[in-house]
Design a protein around this ligand. Structure first.
Ligand code: FES
Length: 255
């Protein structure tokens, strides 16, 4: 279906256009008698402004066409990481993706992120993802008694792990990884990125334990350097490079 531009009557400028969203839907197991446990595609046509994002179009559908459409979102500004989804075959945040950048003359496909159990429509069960995240102990673990003043850190020391502090746990990286698709036990890029954030923090004293956790057969060595994770990260984190640094630390014993 073609996108159709409409003119604003006051200014004469193109103000809105029609676009078709083709959404992968599913109902919880046992709810849909017609399609038990199965997904199906449903098309919705919406009028959007050139400045609108995929999240805005999803809201329009939910509020004006089908209230049963289910998806997650919270901040709507790329901070909370709750609306990662597969848009035109690529993991992205719906709140950071402008419709006009998606070739809207063709239907835009929207699916749940892959590799995690789908609960309903675009909502997946994030628990396996967060279980891996918890396992790498994502918090500062310094040794000794708490100091009387703050733990100082130079700009250079901070720079060492600056990039991996940007993770918002949206799972776009992990669920774009073909290794994760085939082996859900794999820690996945996001857990490794968050381990990296503490392994290379000069104030932390538990890097060896974290590295040992990632030395597992479902740990960092499973990475096949496909760069899907780096391409998918909405924060621009050099995910593959961070994973390589963790591998290097394990191989050389040098942090
Ligand atoms: S809704 Fe929070 S990152 Fe998109």
């Amino acid at each position: 279906m073609r996108a159709t531009a409409k003119k604003d009557t006051a200014t004469g400028e193109v103000a809105m256009f029609d676009v078709t969203l083709k959404i992968r839907r599913s109902k919880p197991e046992g709810v849909d008698e017609q399609k038990p446990g199965k997904g199906y595609w449903q098309e919705f046509k919406v009028s959007v402004h050139a400045t609108e994002r995929v999240l805005d179009a999803l809201h329009t559908i939910k509020w004006e066409q089908d209230g049963s459409l289910t998806f997650r979102r919270s901040c709507a500004h790329g901070i909370c990481g709750s609306d990662a989804m597969r848009i035109n075959g690529r993991n992205r945040l719906a709140c950071k993706t402008l419709i006009k950048d998606l070739n809207p003359s063709r239907p835009i496909t929207i699916e749940p992120i892959q590799g995690l159990p789908v609960l309903k429509d675009l909502v997946v069960d994030m628990e396996p993802f967060f279980a891996s995240f918890r396992e790498i102990m994502p918090f500062l673990l310094p040794s000794g008694d708490p100091p009387m003043r703050e733990r100082l850190q130079s700009a250079e020391q901070r720079e060492r792990f600056e990039d991996t502090t940007k993770c918002i746990l949206c799972a776009a990286c992990t669920t774009s990884c073909p290794v994760f698709w085939t082996d859900g036990q794999y820690f996945g890029p996001a857990a490794i990125v968050n381990a990296h954030r503490f392994i290379f923090d000069s104030r932390d004293d538990s890097a060896r334990e974290r590295l040992e956790i990632l030395n597992d057969k479902v740990g960092v060595w499973k990475c096949r350097t496909t760069f899907n994770c780096t391409d998918a990260c909405p924060r621009g984190i050099q995910v593959t490079e961070a994973i390589a640094e963790v591998k290097r630390a394990l191989a050389t014993g040098t942090i």
